[in-house]
Structures are given as structure tokens and as C-alpha cells.
Design a binder for this molecule. Structure first.
Ligand code: IZC
Ligand code: ZN
Length: 431
């Protein structure tokens, strides 16, 4: 077994293995597989060994070209998976900070033509090339924080040409950036001003024009919708998501974030892969989501940034058997943050999830939330060699630390993309 990459002596190797077929739920979410003095090896982009250093020394063949790294005093995790991002957008919204401080709510800023609609204006004005550059820049920052696979949504075009432009930008970034990106069509993110007087006409446009083109060009794997008071109703959401399913897309829903208007029930009814946010989800929905196997994708950095006084009822969801993932919700308005490390800390403190649970929720369960659990989200032979090394004595230390980037080295598809040489590579030096 000749290795191109060999990491040994890891203080703790956390694998998140054993849940590639089904996400972790209930008590299993709190179970974590830690190998002390661990080792991992890859040939090309694929993992060929995961185990102890002692076993690796017997089994892994190291040649002159093998990149050997020492994981001493480090915690090694699968590359983190961010299952909910709005990666590509024009401009930014720091000018809304003053409004927020004056107490103007998020949905009021949107109703006044700001918020999402302000980003829509900037995104429409940007060229495809500019969007690609912007997305790559954020992608670089994500990689530096240990994120190696993400989901990315459109939703700032809100007309066919600009939605398609955003999805093409996502496709370009995916082709030319180390991150793996799963694309989601979110044409129904807000009602654009042109359709303010007749939102149902906009729903028709999404169904009859946008979705068919997205499907024809295979620009998205998922269709999502902002099912929220004053944005899209449950009925409008159902129409759009059913049309998407008819075209072969999988579905996600922004549900129960500010008002419970039926988003989580709809997710269960339609068999959505995930329902996201879920701050005000009713108890009956928790049961329905568990029965339908809908992933609860929780976004606590957004709750923090919106200064809500209540977080998603994660403990009830876990107790009720709902699979739970955590994601950043990176976007220019309600969460200008793509740091999954910070998300883990907030989830521990405010969702009352344990360190083991939050790690499973940003690795294997997050991979399930975007249909990638067969290839990423855990360290297992045959999966992609996506590996992150943290400067930490144990895995509990990760959510314990607040706001520091402990990432030392990032491997994506078997290639060193961050750090490495200055942090203990002992074999061939890396560029
Ligand atoms: O740009 O505000 N919640 N969509 C739904 C967002 C936040 C993104 C934004
Ligand atoms: Zn979102």
C-alpha cells in the first residue's frame, strides 16, 4: 500500500466513521470515534489507511515521494463540511449595522427594499467573472478555517438571467478552486421589486422559466426556498418544491426561522433532505421530521448575529430522533461568518450540544445534508482524503476555544492546500 500522503502520531484522530449510510441520530450523535496516536494515509485523492500509528507503521508503504507529516499534539478531523452557505454575492451590507443597532428587525429591512434586495442589486450589477473572484476569495477563507466541502446557493439574482449567472459562477468556482461545492438553486429567496404587486406571478416564473433552465443545464442538485412570513408562504413553497422534484432536484427549505408558517411540516411532507434554521419549530414537526428522516440543519451563528433571544431546540430534536447537522449560513446579511469552528462553540453553549455532537454535526451529518456522505464527512478507507489538523490537545478543546483559528494544516483531495511545511512535515518538504 504505497502512500502519497502519510500523517502519523496524531494526538487524537477523530474519524466520524460508521455512519455513511445513515446520519447519526439520538445517542449515536454523541458517540465519537477517537483513535489516540492515530495515523491516516492516502494514495492520490483517496484514503487508504485510517488507524493507529503502530498499525500504520506495519501497513503503510512510504516512498521517497511520500509527503510525511507529524500530527503530534494535534487533533485530526475529516475536512469540515458546510451544508448551508450563500457563497456568491455582490457587495456587502455593513451599512445595515446602524439600522440593526436602532432595533430595526431583519424582515423590516427587507420589506423596506434593503436586506436581501440590496444584495440582489449588487449581484445583478456584478459580472460572472466578478462573482467568480468574490466566491474564490471567500472559498480561500473557508479552506483556511478547515472547511473542505460546502453547499452554495443562488438567490441574489431573482430573475432568470441573474440566477443562472450566479449558478454558473458557482460551477466555475467548483471547477477551479480546491473546495468541493454542491450547488443549490434558491430562486425563491425573496420577491423582487418587479413582482411586488403580484408575488404569485414570480412563483410562476420560478416554476416555468427558471427551474426548467436550471435543470436543463444541470446547474443545481438542490432547490431551496425561503419559506417565511412576508416572503414565501407554505403553499407557494410547496408549488415550487414539487416542481423542482418533478425535474429531479432534491429539496431543502429555510423553515421556521422567524415565524412558524408550516415550513418544517412541508419538509416532512415532501421528503426534503434538510430543513434549515428551525428556531420556532413546533413539537409535532419534530416528530414528523424524525419519521420522514429530514435533517435539521441548524445555523446558530445566524441566531447569534440576529441577536434572537431563542435558539433552535436542538436537544428536543436530538431526543426526538431527528438527525442534526450544523452549518454557517454564510451570507452578507444575517450571518457574515463562515467559521465552522465558531459555529461549533455557539452550538455547544447555546444549543447545548456536546463537543462530540457538534463534531459529528459538522462532518458526517453535514455530508448527509448535502448528499455527499458516500465520499466525504468521515475518515474511512475509500473516501476522499479531506483532512484537517488542529493545534489542540483533544477534540473537546475545539469548541472550548472561542474565536481563534486553530487550523494548522488542510488536505483536500489528498493535496496539501494550507499549512504543512512549517508545522511538522517530516518527509518531503511541501511547497
Ligand atoms: O442575504 O439575508 N435569511 N436569507 C434568509 C438570508 C438570510 C440571506 C440574506
Ligand atoms: Zn440561508
Amino acid at each position: 500500500m504505497k502512500a502519497d500522503l502519510y500523517i502519523k502520531n496524531a494526538g487524537q484522530l477523530v474519524t466520524s466513521r460508521g455512519a455513511s449510510a445513515k446520519p447519526k441520530t439520538g445517542a449515536a450523535l454523541g458517540e465519537i470515534d477517537v483513535i489516540p496516536d492515530g495515523a491516516v494515509a492516502a494514495a492520490g485523492s483517496t484514503l487508504i489507511f485510517v488507524g493507529t500509528t503502530a498499525a500504520a507503521e506495519q501497513q503503510v508503504e512510504v516512498g521517497e515521494d511520500t509527503l510525511v507529516m507529524d500530527g503530534r499534539n494535534q487533533v485530526v478531523l475529516p475536512g469540515l463540511v458546510d451544508a448551508h452557505t450563500h457563497l456568491v454575492f455582490g457587495g456587502s451590507r455593513e451599512h445595515e449595522l446602524d439600522l440593526k443597532l436602532q432595533g430595526v428587525p431583519y424582515l423590516d429591512i427587507l420589506a423596506q427594499g434593503g436586506g436581501i434586495l440590496s444584495t440582489v442589486r449588487a449581484t445583478r450589477a456584478a459580472s460572472l467573472e466578478e462573482l467568480v473572484e468574490i466566491g474564490k476569495k471567500y472559498g480561500d477563507q473557508m479552506l483556511s478555517q478547515g472547511t473542505t466541502t460546502i453547499e452554495a446557493k443562488s438567490g441574489y439574482g431573482l430573475c432568470t438571467a441573474d440566477e443562472i449567472k450566479q449558478l454558473r459562477a458557482i460551477r466555475e468556482i467548483n471547477r477551479h478552486h480546491p473546495l468541493d461545492i454542491v450547488p443549490t438553486f434558491l430562486g425563491a429567496h425573496a420577491v423582487p421589486p418587479e413582482y411586488k404587486e403580484d408575488p404569485d406571478q414570480f412563483v410562476e416564473l420560478v416554476i416555468n422559466e427558471m427551474l426548467p433552465q436550471v435543470a436543463r443545464e444541470e446547474l443545481a442538485e438542490f432547490c431551496d426556498i425561503f419559506c417565511e412570513k412576508g416572503v414565501f408562504s407554505a403553499d407557494q413553497s410547496r408549488r415550487i418544491l414539487r416542481a423542482a422534484q418533478d425535474l429531479g432536484l432534491k429539496i431543502k427549505i429555510h423553515a421556521d426561522e422567524i415565524a412558524a408558517i408550516g415550513g418544517s411540516q412541508l419538509a416532512a411532507e415532501l421528503g426534503a433532505v434538510s430543513a434549515d434554521h428551525l428556531l420556532v419549530t413546533p413539537e409535532e414537526s419534530i416528530e414528523k421530521m424524525a419519521a420522514a428522516g429530514v435533517m435539521a440543519c441548524l445555523l446558530p451563528a445566524t441566531t447569534f448575529y440576529l441577536r434572537e433571544d431563542h435558539f433552535a431546540p436542538a436537544r428536543k430534536m436530538i431526543a426526538g430522533g431527528v438527525p442534526v447537522a450544523l452549518a454557517s449560513d454564510f451570507n452578507p446579511g444575517s450571518c457574515p461568518c463562515h467559521d465552522l469552528h465558531l459555529v461549533m462553540t455557539i452550538a455547544c453553549l447555546y444549543l447545548k450540544m456536546t463537543p462530540a455532537e457538534v463534531i459529528n454535526a459538522v462532518t458526517i451529518n453535514a455530508a448527509h445534508a448535502i448528499g455527499r456522505a458516500a465520499t466525504v464527512g468521515s475518515l474511512e478507507v475509500g473516501k476522499k482524503a479531506d483532512i484537517v489538523l488542529f493545534d489542540a490537545p483533544n477534540y473537546q478543546y475545539l469548541p472550548y476555544r472561542l474565536g481563534s483559528n486553530l487550523v494548522r494544516t488542510v488536505i483536500k483531495n489528498g493535496k496539501l492546500v494550507r499549512g504543512g511545511s512549517e508545522h511538522g512535515a517530516t518527509g518531503r518538504m511541501c511547497s
